[in-house]
Design a protein around this ligand. Structure first.
Ligand code: PLP
Length: 383
Protein backbone atom coordinates (compact mmCIF):
# COMPACT_ATOMS: atom_id res chain seq x y z
CA UNK A 1 0.00 0.00 0.00
CA UNK A 2 1.36 3.41 -0.87
CA UNK A 3 0.29 6.98 -1.25
CA UNK A 4 1.18 7.84 -4.79
CA UNK A 5 0.96 11.12 -6.54
CA UNK A 6 -1.83 11.16 -9.10
CA UNK A 7 -0.66 9.12 -12.08
CA UNK A 8 -3.97 9.46 -13.93
CA UNK A 9 -2.27 11.35 -16.68
CA UNK A 10 0.92 9.29 -16.77
CA UNK A 11 1.98 8.35 -20.26
CA UNK A 12 2.87 4.78 -19.31
CA UNK A 13 2.21 2.47 -16.42
CA UNK A 14 3.98 -0.73 -15.49
CA UNK A 15 1.40 -2.90 -13.72
CA UNK A 16 -2.32 -3.11 -13.05
CA UNK A 17 -3.43 -0.91 -10.23
CA UNK A 18 -6.54 -0.54 -8.13
CA UNK A 19 -6.84 2.98 -6.88
CA UNK A 20 -8.93 3.62 -3.77
CA UNK A 21 -10.22 7.17 -3.51
CA UNK A 22 -10.43 7.70 0.20
CA UNK A 23 -12.03 11.12 -0.27
CA UNK A 24 -14.99 9.46 -1.97
CA UNK A 25 -15.41 7.15 1.01
CA UNK A 26 -15.19 10.12 3.37
CA UNK A 27 -17.84 11.98 1.36
CA UNK A 28 -20.08 8.90 1.45
CA UNK A 29 -19.84 8.73 5.25
CA UNK A 30 -20.78 12.41 5.46
CA UNK A 31 -23.75 11.76 3.16
CA UNK A 32 -25.08 9.10 5.55
CA UNK A 33 -24.49 11.40 8.52
CA UNK A 34 -26.70 13.99 6.85
CA UNK A 35 -29.30 11.37 5.93
CA UNK A 36 -29.90 10.01 9.41
CA UNK A 37 -29.53 11.21 12.95
CA UNK A 38 -28.83 7.64 14.06
CA UNK A 39 -25.29 6.46 14.70
CA UNK A 40 -23.38 4.82 11.87
CA UNK A 41 -21.69 1.47 12.04
CA UNK A 42 -19.22 1.21 9.15
CA UNK A 43 -19.33 -2.33 7.78
CA UNK A 44 -15.75 -3.27 6.92
CA UNK A 45 -16.19 -6.98 6.16
CA UNK A 46 -14.34 -8.60 3.25
CA UNK A 47 -11.44 -6.16 3.51
CA UNK A 48 -13.85 -3.23 3.47
CA UNK A 49 -15.59 -4.62 0.37
CA UNK A 50 -12.18 -4.86 -1.29
CA UNK A 51 -11.19 -1.28 -0.43
CA UNK A 52 -8.52 -2.09 2.18
CA UNK A 53 -7.56 0.11 5.11
CA UNK A 54 -10.28 2.75 5.39
CA UNK A 55 -11.08 2.33 9.08
CA UNK A 56 -9.54 5.55 10.39
CA UNK A 57 -11.04 7.60 7.57
CA UNK A 58 -14.61 6.48 8.28
CA UNK A 59 -14.17 7.15 12.00
CA UNK A 60 -12.78 10.62 11.32
CA UNK A 61 -15.89 11.36 9.25
CA UNK A 62 -18.28 10.34 12.00
CA UNK A 63 -18.87 6.58 11.99
CA UNK A 64 -18.88 5.38 15.59
CA UNK A 65 -18.50 1.60 15.27
CA UNK A 66 -17.31 -1.13 12.92
CA UNK A 67 -19.24 -4.15 11.72
CA UNK A 68 -17.63 -7.28 10.33
CA UNK A 69 -18.71 -10.81 9.56
CA UNK A 70 -16.00 -12.95 11.15
CA UNK A 71 -14.24 -12.53 14.44
CA UNK A 72 -10.88 -12.66 12.66
CA UNK A 73 -11.83 -9.55 10.74
CA UNK A 74 -12.75 -7.87 14.02
CA UNK A 75 -9.53 -8.91 15.74
CA UNK A 76 -7.49 -7.56 12.84
CA UNK A 77 -9.24 -4.20 13.13
CA UNK A 78 -8.78 -4.15 16.90
CA UNK A 79 -5.10 -4.95 16.60
CA UNK A 80 -4.70 -2.05 14.21
CA UNK A 81 -5.36 0.03 17.24
CA UNK A 82 -8.69 1.79 16.86
CA UNK A 83 -10.58 1.92 20.11
CA UNK A 84 -14.15 1.86 18.83
CA UNK A 85 -16.93 -0.70 19.27
CA UNK A 86 -16.62 -3.60 16.82
CA UNK A 87 -19.41 -6.07 16.13
CA UNK A 88 -18.82 -9.48 14.51
CA UNK A 89 -21.99 -11.35 13.59
CA UNK A 90 -20.99 -14.51 11.80
CA UNK A 91 -19.00 -17.15 13.64
CA UNK A 92 -18.96 -20.91 14.01
CA UNK A 93 -19.74 -22.26 17.44
CA UNK A 94 -16.08 -23.09 18.11
CA UNK A 95 -14.75 -19.64 17.21
CA UNK A 96 -12.18 -18.00 19.47
CA UNK A 97 -14.76 -16.26 21.63
CA UNK A 98 -12.23 -15.80 24.46
CA UNK A 99 -10.29 -13.41 22.21
CA UNK A 100 -13.53 -11.63 21.38
CA UNK A 101 -14.23 -11.12 25.07
CA UNK A 102 -10.71 -10.03 25.96
CA UNK A 103 -10.44 -7.71 22.93
CA UNK A 104 -13.92 -6.27 23.63
CA UNK A 105 -15.45 -7.34 20.35
CA UNK A 106 -19.24 -7.47 20.40
CA UNK A 107 -20.75 -10.67 19.05
CA UNK A 108 -23.93 -11.19 17.11
CA UNK A 109 -25.70 -14.26 18.48
CA UNK A 110 -28.36 -16.24 16.67
CA UNK A 111 -28.67 -19.42 18.68
CA UNK A 112 -28.39 -21.17 22.02
CA UNK A 113 -25.31 -23.17 21.07
CA UNK A 114 -23.16 -20.17 20.34
CA UNK A 115 -24.56 -18.41 23.39
CA UNK A 116 -23.35 -21.32 25.53
CA UNK A 117 -19.93 -21.31 23.89
CA UNK A 118 -19.63 -17.57 24.52
CA UNK A 119 -20.66 -17.98 28.16
CA UNK A 120 -17.89 -20.57 28.60
CA UNK A 121 -15.37 -18.16 27.07
CA UNK A 122 -16.56 -15.32 29.30
CA UNK A 123 -16.16 -17.56 32.37
CA UNK A 124 -12.55 -18.22 31.40
CA UNK A 125 -11.89 -14.51 30.84
CA UNK A 126 -13.57 -13.37 34.00
CA UNK A 127 -15.62 -10.64 32.42
CA UNK A 128 -18.85 -10.50 30.46
CA UNK A 129 -19.18 -10.84 26.69
CA UNK A 130 -21.04 -8.04 24.90
CA UNK A 131 -23.78 -9.47 22.70
CA UNK A 132 -26.27 -8.42 20.06
CA UNK A 133 -29.10 -10.90 19.69
CA UNK A 134 -29.86 -11.38 16.00
CA UNK A 135 -33.43 -12.04 14.91
CA UNK A 136 -34.20 -13.61 11.54
CA UNK A 137 -36.89 -11.49 9.90
CA UNK A 138 -37.41 -13.45 6.72
CA UNK A 139 -34.07 -14.38 5.17
CA UNK A 140 -33.71 -17.82 6.77
CA UNK A 141 -30.02 -17.10 6.91
CA UNK A 142 -28.13 -16.17 10.03
CA UNK A 143 -30.57 -14.73 12.58
CA UNK A 144 -32.49 -16.78 15.15
CA UNK A 145 -35.71 -18.17 13.67
CA UNK A 146 -38.89 -16.70 15.15
CA UNK A 147 -39.68 -20.05 16.76
CA UNK A 148 -36.47 -19.87 18.81
CA UNK A 149 -36.44 -16.18 19.63
CA UNK A 150 -38.25 -16.42 22.96
CA UNK A 151 -36.03 -19.13 24.35
CA UNK A 152 -32.89 -17.37 23.08
CA UNK A 153 -33.96 -14.21 24.91
CA UNK A 154 -34.67 -16.19 28.08
CA UNK A 155 -31.30 -17.94 27.97
CA UNK A 156 -29.56 -14.65 27.31
CA UNK A 157 -31.33 -13.01 30.23
CA UNK A 158 -30.29 -15.85 32.50
CA UNK A 159 -26.64 -15.57 31.40
CA UNK A 160 -26.85 -11.84 31.89
CA UNK A 161 -28.12 -12.19 35.46
CA UNK A 162 -25.22 -14.52 36.16
CA UNK A 163 -22.83 -11.85 34.93
CA UNK A 164 -21.49 -13.77 31.92
CA UNK A 165 -22.93 -11.63 29.15
CA UNK A 166 -24.30 -8.19 28.56
CA UNK A 167 -27.03 -7.88 25.95
CA UNK A 168 -26.13 -4.55 24.41
CA UNK A 169 -28.09 -4.80 21.18
CA UNK A 170 -30.81 -6.43 19.12
CA UNK A 171 -30.22 -6.68 15.38
CA UNK A 172 -32.11 -7.75 12.29
CA UNK A 173 -31.37 -7.63 8.57
CA UNK A 174 -33.83 -6.92 5.76
CA UNK A 175 -34.21 -9.02 2.63
CA UNK A 176 -35.79 -6.57 0.17
CA UNK A 177 -34.77 -3.10 1.29
CA UNK A 178 -33.38 -2.32 -2.18
CA UNK A 179 -37.02 -2.33 -3.39
CA UNK A 180 -38.66 0.30 -1.22
CA UNK A 181 -42.21 -0.59 -2.37
CA UNK A 182 -41.92 -4.27 -1.57
CA UNK A 183 -44.52 -5.23 1.07
CA UNK A 184 -41.93 -7.54 2.60
CA UNK A 185 -40.27 -4.46 4.11
CA UNK A 186 -43.20 -3.55 6.33
CA UNK A 187 -43.57 -7.17 7.30
CA UNK A 188 -39.92 -7.44 8.36
CA UNK A 189 -40.03 -4.13 10.20
CA UNK A 190 -43.01 -5.30 12.22
CA UNK A 191 -41.28 -8.60 12.95
CA UNK A 192 -38.25 -6.70 14.18
CA UNK A 193 -40.36 -4.47 16.43
CA UNK A 194 -42.05 -7.57 17.82
CA UNK A 195 -38.67 -9.23 18.45
CA UNK A 196 -37.45 -6.14 20.33
CA UNK A 197 -40.66 -6.01 22.40
CA UNK A 198 -40.38 -9.67 23.17
CA UNK A 199 -36.76 -9.25 24.32
CA UNK A 200 -37.65 -6.32 26.58
CA UNK A 201 -40.59 -8.28 27.93
CA UNK A 202 -38.12 -10.97 29.02
CA UNK A 203 -36.08 -8.48 30.99
CA UNK A 204 -33.46 -7.55 28.40
CA UNK A 205 -32.56 -3.89 28.10
CA UNK A 206 -30.47 -3.51 24.93
CA UNK A 207 -29.03 -0.04 24.54
CA UNK A 208 -29.15 -0.23 20.73
CA UNK A 209 -31.48 -1.73 18.18
CA UNK A 210 -30.34 -1.87 14.57
CA UNK A 211 -32.08 -3.00 11.43
CA UNK A 212 -31.14 -0.86 8.43
CA UNK A 213 -28.18 -1.40 6.13
CA UNK A 214 -27.39 0.82 3.13
CA UNK A 215 -30.57 0.44 1.09
CA UNK A 216 -32.96 0.72 4.03
CA UNK A 217 -31.12 3.83 5.19
CA UNK A 218 -31.35 5.50 1.80
CA UNK A 219 -34.99 4.60 1.16
CA UNK A 220 -36.17 4.80 4.75
CA UNK A 221 -37.45 1.21 4.57
CA UNK A 222 -35.84 0.35 7.90
CA UNK A 223 -37.69 2.84 10.06
CA UNK A 224 -36.05 4.61 12.93
CA UNK A 225 -33.45 2.82 15.05
CA UNK A 226 -30.39 3.78 17.07
CA UNK A 227 -27.78 2.55 14.69
CA UNK A 228 -27.48 1.88 10.95
CA UNK A 229 -25.04 -0.66 9.58
CA UNK A 230 -23.63 0.84 6.39
CA UNK A 231 -21.52 -1.31 4.09
CA UNK A 232 -22.10 -0.90 0.35
CA UNK A 233 -22.94 2.78 0.66
CA UNK A 234 -19.54 3.64 2.12
CA UNK A 235 -18.04 2.46 -1.13
CA UNK A 236 -20.50 4.28 -3.37
CA UNK A 237 -22.83 1.36 -4.01
CA UNK A 238 -26.54 2.08 -3.68
CA UNK A 239 -28.48 -1.20 -3.95
CA UNK A 240 -31.74 0.77 -4.32
CA UNK A 241 -30.31 2.87 -7.17
CA UNK A 242 -32.22 5.87 -5.86
CA UNK A 243 -29.45 8.12 -4.56
CA UNK A 244 -27.36 10.28 -6.84
CA UNK A 245 -25.00 11.47 -4.14
CA UNK A 246 -22.82 8.46 -3.54
CA UNK A 247 -19.38 8.27 -5.12
CA UNK A 248 -17.63 5.13 -6.29
CA UNK A 249 -14.20 4.90 -4.72
CA UNK A 250 -12.40 2.37 -6.91
CA UNK A 251 -10.62 2.78 -10.21
CA UNK A 252 -9.01 -0.18 -11.92
CA UNK A 253 -6.40 0.53 -14.55
CA UNK A 254 -3.92 -1.62 -16.42
CA UNK A 255 -1.16 -1.04 -18.95
CA UNK A 256 -1.32 -2.36 -22.48
CA UNK A 257 1.08 -5.31 -22.71
CA UNK A 258 1.23 -5.47 -26.49
CA UNK A 259 -0.79 -4.55 -29.55
CA UNK A 260 -1.11 -5.91 -33.08
CA UNK A 261 -2.73 -5.15 -36.38
CA UNK A 262 -5.02 -7.93 -37.66
CA UNK A 263 -7.06 -8.55 -40.77
CA UNK A 264 -10.71 -9.53 -41.07
CA UNK A 265 -11.74 -13.08 -40.12
CA UNK A 266 -9.14 -13.44 -37.37
CA UNK A 267 -10.30 -15.24 -34.25
CA UNK A 268 -9.49 -14.20 -30.71
CA UNK A 269 -9.06 -16.20 -27.50
CA UNK A 270 -10.17 -19.60 -26.22
CA UNK A 271 -12.83 -21.30 -28.25
CA UNK A 272 -12.28 -18.81 -31.07
CA UNK A 273 -15.55 -17.29 -29.90
CA UNK A 274 -14.91 -13.94 -31.55
CA UNK A 275 -13.83 -13.27 -35.11
CA UNK A 276 -12.92 -9.86 -36.47
CA UNK A 277 -15.28 -8.62 -39.19
CA UNK A 278 -12.81 -6.03 -40.53
CA UNK A 279 -9.13 -5.21 -40.36
CA UNK A 280 -8.53 -3.71 -36.92
CA UNK A 281 -6.10 -3.43 -34.01
CA UNK A 282 -6.09 -5.57 -30.91
CA UNK A 283 -4.45 -4.78 -27.57
CA UNK A 284 -3.64 -7.16 -24.75
CA UNK A 285 -4.38 -6.32 -21.10
CA UNK A 286 -2.77 -8.16 -18.16
CA UNK A 287 -6.06 -8.65 -16.30
CA UNK A 288 -8.26 -11.72 -16.36
CA UNK A 289 -10.82 -13.47 -14.24
CA UNK A 290 -8.20 -14.28 -11.58
CA UNK A 291 -7.85 -10.52 -11.19
CA UNK A 292 -11.58 -9.96 -10.89
CA UNK A 293 -12.82 -9.41 -14.44
CA UNK A 294 -15.82 -11.74 -14.56
CA UNK A 295 -15.57 -14.14 -17.49
CA UNK A 296 -19.32 -13.74 -17.88
CA UNK A 297 -18.68 -10.17 -19.06
CA UNK A 298 -16.77 -11.41 -22.12
CA UNK A 299 -18.01 -9.96 -25.44
CA UNK A 300 -19.94 -7.23 -23.62
CA UNK A 301 -17.55 -5.39 -21.36
CA UNK A 302 -15.82 -2.19 -22.39
CA UNK A 303 -12.81 -0.23 -21.16
CA UNK A 304 -11.69 3.35 -21.73
CA UNK A 305 -8.48 4.10 -23.60
CA UNK A 306 -7.37 7.31 -25.30
CA UNK A 307 -10.71 8.80 -24.25
CA UNK A 308 -12.79 6.16 -26.06
CA UNK A 309 -14.74 3.13 -25.01
CA UNK A 310 -13.32 -0.07 -26.52
CA UNK A 311 -14.83 -3.53 -26.29
CA UNK A 312 -13.28 -6.64 -24.81
CA UNK A 313 -13.32 -9.31 -27.52
CA UNK A 314 -12.99 -13.05 -27.15
CA UNK A 315 -13.37 -14.82 -23.83
CA UNK A 316 -11.68 -13.20 -20.84
CA UNK A 317 -8.97 -15.65 -19.75
CA UNK A 318 -7.46 -16.18 -16.33
CA UNK A 319 -4.66 -13.65 -16.71
CA UNK A 320 -5.54 -11.52 -19.69
CA UNK A 321 -8.14 -9.94 -21.90
CA UNK A 322 -8.01 -8.57 -25.44
CA UNK A 323 -9.62 -5.33 -26.59
CA UNK A 324 -10.53 -4.28 -30.11
CA UNK A 325 -9.19 -0.76 -30.57
CA UNK A 326 -10.30 -0.11 -34.15
CA UNK A 327 -7.97 2.37 -35.85
CA UNK A 328 -5.92 2.94 -32.70
CA UNK A 329 -2.63 1.06 -32.58
CA UNK A 330 -1.90 1.25 -28.86
CA UNK A 331 1.58 1.45 -27.37
CA UNK A 332 2.82 -0.97 -24.70
CA UNK A 333 2.47 0.69 -21.31
CA UNK A 334 -0.45 2.87 -22.30
CA UNK A 335 -2.95 3.02 -19.44
CA UNK A 336 -6.39 1.53 -19.95
CA UNK A 337 -9.19 2.23 -17.48
CA UNK A 338 -11.31 -0.80 -16.73
CA UNK A 339 -13.66 0.99 -14.36
CA UNK A 340 -13.80 4.14 -12.31
CA UNK A 341 -16.29 6.67 -10.96
CA UNK A 342 -17.46 7.33 -14.52
CA UNK A 343 -16.65 11.02 -14.77
CA UNK A 344 -14.13 10.61 -17.61
CA UNK A 345 -16.47 8.41 -19.63
CA UNK A 346 -14.99 5.19 -18.27
CA UNK A 347 -17.23 2.25 -17.37
CA UNK A 348 -18.35 2.07 -13.74
CA UNK A 349 -18.56 -0.83 -11.33
CA UNK A 350 -22.30 -0.77 -12.04
CA UNK A 351 -21.60 -1.25 -15.78
CA UNK A 352 -19.40 -4.25 -15.01
CA UNK A 353 -22.09 -5.67 -12.73
CA UNK A 354 -24.64 -5.36 -15.53
CA UNK A 355 -22.32 -6.93 -18.11
CA UNK A 356 -21.70 -9.84 -15.74
CA UNK A 357 -25.31 -10.15 -14.59
CA UNK A 358 -24.35 -9.64 -10.98
CA UNK A 359 -24.38 -6.85 -8.39
CA UNK A 360 -21.79 -4.13 -7.81
CA UNK A 361 -20.75 -5.75 -4.52
CA UNK A 362 -19.42 -8.81 -6.29
CA UNK A 363 -17.27 -6.77 -8.67
CA UNK A 364 -15.56 -4.74 -5.93
CA UNK A 365 -14.95 -7.66 -3.56
CA UNK A 366 -13.28 -9.89 -6.12
CA UNK A 367 -10.33 -7.91 -7.38
CA UNK A 368 -7.46 -10.38 -7.17
CA UNK A 369 -4.35 -10.20 -5.03
CA UNK A 370 -2.07 -9.62 -8.02
CA UNK A 371 -3.47 -6.14 -8.50
CA UNK A 372 -1.59 -3.61 -6.40
CA UNK A 373 -3.65 -1.23 -4.30
CA UNK A 374 -2.96 2.46 -4.13
CA UNK A 375 -4.74 4.60 -1.58
CA UNK A 376 -5.25 8.10 -2.75
CA UNK A 377 -6.20 10.84 -0.34
CA UNK A 378 -6.18 14.58 -0.73
CA UNK A 379 -7.80 14.97 2.66
CA UNK A 380 -5.53 16.61 5.18
CA UNK A 381 -6.09 16.21 8.86
CA UNK A 382 -6.32 19.50 10.72
CA UNK A 383 -2.96 20.21 12.40
C1 PLP B 1 -23.13 -6.96 4.87
C2 PLP B 1 -24.08 -6.65 5.96
C3 PLP B 1 -24.46 -5.32 6.19
C4 PLP B 1 -24.11 -4.19 5.26
O1 PLP B 1 -25.06 -4.19 4.24
P1 PLP B 1 -24.97 -3.13 3.04
O2 PLP B 1 -26.19 -3.37 2.25
O3 PLP B 1 -23.72 -3.46 2.32
O4 PLP B 1 -24.94 -1.80 3.68
C5 PLP B 1 -25.26 -5.06 7.28
N1 PLP B 1 -25.67 -6.05 8.10
C6 PLP B 1 -25.34 -7.34 7.90
C7 PLP B 1 -25.83 -8.36 8.84
C8 PLP B 1 -24.55 -7.69 6.82
O5 PLP B 1 -24.22 -8.97 6.61
Amino acid sequence: MSNASDPRTDAVMSAPELRVDEDAIRANVRYFSRLTRSRLMAVLKADAFGHGPVASAVIEEGATAFGVASLDEGLTLRRNGLDVPILSWLNPVDADFASAVSERIDLGVSGAESLHAIVRAALRCGHPARLHLHADLGMSRDGAPASEWRSLCELARMAERQGHVQIVGIMGHMSCADRPDDPQNLCERLRFDAAVRSARHRGLAPSVTHLAATAATITGAGGDHDLHRIGAGLYGIDPSRTSSELRFALSLRAPVISARRVGAQVSVGYGASFTTDRPTHLALLPLGYADGLPRAASHRAEVLVRGRRRRIVGLISMDMAVIDTGDDFLTPGEPVTVFGPGDQGEPTVADWARWSETIDHEIVTRIGVRVSRVHRRTHRKDP
